[in-house]
Design a protein around this ligand. Structure first.
Ligand SMILES: [Zn+2]
Ligand SMILES: [Zn+2]
Length: 181
């Protein structure tokens, strides 16, 4: 995808478009992206050698809860802050790591930009690492595997973590002696 920059010099522009997950090369072992990914970008120039693209990308993902393993549909929304510079150093593979958490940095050939890699990157950064169906999902019973969000399964509850150990007998004995004195 190419956004021509010439006409944008001095005239920032807002553009909206949709891409499929395939066009964005989005894939993850545990997450399925639903089409389309809706994108809004405000593209502006900073002098002749820099282009800014700012906006957001929204889509829906299908994944599963890490505790109860139930299928889960989530909205995924990413903010895009990208800066494109007319600097050949940005073409090296290492430069893909340049930029900061708040701003992605990429090469600008002086004519057009391709925002797809930065949109992809922004979405990948927003993926939940531990998706939960609800904040206090009860998960699965470790004994029978039942989903404890539906109903208690009747298995014996897991033993409670031991509380503070009882005072040893000699301490009790000592107390008594003291009291008697
Ligand atoms: Zn769950
Ligand atoms: Zn059970």
């Amino acid at each position: 995808m190419k956004i021509l920059i010439k006409e944008l010099v001095g005239h920032p522009q807002c553009i909206s478009f949709a891409l499929t997950p395939a066009e964005l090369e989005l894939s993850d072992e545990t997450i399925e992206f639903q089409a389309p990914v809706n994108i809004t970008l405000r593209v502006s120039t900073l002098g002749e050698k820099q282009v800014m693209a700012e906006g957001n990308a929204d889509t829906t993902i299908n994944t599963q809860c890490v505790r109860c393993l139930e299928p889960l549909e989530m909205l995924l929304s990413a903010e895009i802050h990208a800066r494109y510079e007319d600097d050949k150093n940005l073409l090296s593979p290492e430069s893909q790591l340049l930029g900061t958490e708040d701003e992605l940095l990429a090469y600008f050939d002086g004519e057009s930009i391709d925002p797809v890699p930065q949109i992809r990157e922004a979405l990948m950064l927003e993926l939940p690492s531990l998706p939960l169906c609800t904040k206090d999902c009860h998960g699965l019973c470790p004994i029978c595997g039942a989903n404890l969000n539906n109903a208690p399964c009747g298995c014996a509850p897991a033993p409670e973590a031991p509380t503070a150990p009882a005072a040893p007998a000699w301490k009790e004995a000592l107390k008594k002696i003291k009291l008697e004195e």
